[in-house]
Each structure stands twice: as structure tokens, then as C-alpha cells.
Design a protein around this ligand. Structure first.
Ligand code: SF4
Length: 228
């Protein structure tokens, strides 16, 4: 691969999650307990010489006790262009300031993508309000962005209304749920697609296995791992 090409590394750092969504595309749950080791993370980062965007996902990545060491290692390569963290937001209160500080002290752009859907709303009906609070706290920081990843079932227009009423539609990616993971047999939804704005990208399971661009294969693998 041309080492000048910019890539994005999508790394699942744990299959544990404190939300247990019934449609989870990664088969994550509070019963799972695999956390990527630092050695495995380092191996992924060292495997390519390209400038990269680092997307940390899960499961719930904020549950990983070594997440900040991972970010630090990624940034210290000097090749990391941006850090993206995909979270359900339940632990963001306790991490928000720390993440802002991390971005500032390392002079690295950070994007926090917060999931919003009916299941998370059932657990905490203040999630949209909390997203608004995080947005207000970060909107004047040019290196720290909040994005809402809104996922809908058919008929979930009320969630779009909530997001719109909160004035957050412009910072929201709004899509229907997708037919893979725990929703693999749901016929009313499409198979996953990632819309890309980068030269190349790679996805990794929580044990470090790379699946190229095959989201369904990674999901099936995560399912098999927890069944073993
Ligand atoms: S969909 Fe996201 S928030 Fe829900 S269980 Fe899966 S990883 Fe957790």
C-alpha cells in the first residue's frame, strides 16, 4: 500500500457493553469480558506506516481501563490524524473533561460519536438532553466535536423529532438499523454499508483479527467467539 494514503483503523477494543441492545451488530453485552491487550493494539498500529484516523469502538470503549494508553500510543506515532470514539454515552460524564484535556495536550482532533436509539432512550430518557449538554460544552472547541449516531427502527420518527427539537439534527447521522449482528434475520432492514471519505480503511475484532472491510464477517466472528 502507498504509505502516503490516509487510512482509518476501526478497532473494537472490547466486546463488553453496559447497554445490551437487542439489535447489537457486534454481539456485545454486559456478559462479555474480552478486552484487547495493549500488545495487540500496538501490533495493529505498527502494522501499517500510513497516516491514520483512529476509531475506537466496541462494545463500549469507555469500559476499557487501558483506553487512554491506547490513544496515547496511537498519537505518539506522529501519524495519527484524528481520534474518533464511538460510545453509547453512559460513561461520558466521567470521561468528557479527560478527553478534552487529552485532545488539547496532544494537539489532536477528537470526535465523539454518541449512539442514540430507542433502546438507549429506554434506559435513559435524558440521552438527547445529555448530548445537547456535551455539544454545548464542546461547540467552541475547534478540535473537539460531538456527533450523534442516530439509529432507527421503522416508526421511530419520534427520535428524529427529539433530535430536531434539541437543535442537534445538523450534527447527527441518521440511519435505519442494519440487518446484521443480532438483527441478522430482520428482513426489513438493509445490509451494512460504510460511506467513506478516506483513501482506505480496515476493521478489527476485539482480539485484533483484521477483517479488511467485511463488517458482516467481523460481526459473525464476534458471535462465534462468545459462543466458544
Ligand atoms: S449497539 Fe452499541 S450500545 Fe448497544 S450493546 Fe452494542 S455496542 Fe453497546
Amino acid at each position: 500500500m502507498d504509505t502516503k494514503m490516509k487510512i482509518r483503523q476501526y478497532i473494537n477494543i472490547t466486546n463488553s457493553c453496559n447497554a445490551d441492545c437487542e439489535f447489537c451488530c457486534m454481539w456485545s453485552s454486559s456478559k462479555n469480558s474480552t478486552y484487547m491487550s495493549f500488545a495487540e493494539f500496538k501490533k495493529i498500529i505498527d502494522s501499517k506506516e500510513n497516516p491514520f484516523e483512529l476509531q475506537i469502538e466496541g462494545g463500549e470503549p469507555l469500559l476499557h481501563k487501558d483506553m487512554y494508553s491506547f490513544l496515547q500510543y496511537g498519537v505518539e506515532t506522529g501519524r495519527c490524524l484524528k481520534v474518533i470514539i464511538l460510545t453509547n454515552g453512559f460513561l461520558l460524564d466521567e470521561h468528557f473533561n479527560k478527553l478534552v484535556e487529552f485532545g488539547k495536550s496532544n494537539n489532536i482532533p477528537i470526535i465523539i460519536k454518541i449512539s442514540v436509539n430507542y433502546w438507549l432512550y429506554q434506559i435513559d430518557n435524558e440521552i438527547v438532553k445529555k448530548c445537547k449538554d456535551f455539544y454545548e460544552l464542546s461547540k467552541d472547541n475547534p478540535n473537539f466535536d460531538i456527533i450523534l449516531n442516530v439509529r432507527l427502527r421503522h416508526g421511530d420518527d419520534w427520535i428524529v423529532d427529539l433530535v430536531e427539537e434539541a437543535g442537534l439534527k445538523e450534527i447527527s447521522n441518521i440511519f435505519y438499523l442494519q440487518s446484521y449482528g443480532k438483527y441478522e434475520n430482520e428482513k426489513g432492514y438493509s445490509k451494512p454499508v460504510i460511506v467513506q471519505n478516506i483513501d482506505d480503511w480496515f476493521i478489527y475484532a476485539c482480539d485484533g483479527t483484521c477483517f479488511g472491510k467485511d463488517l458482516v464477517a467481523r460481526s459473525d466472528y464476534e458471535k462465534r467467539r462468545i459462543a466458544e
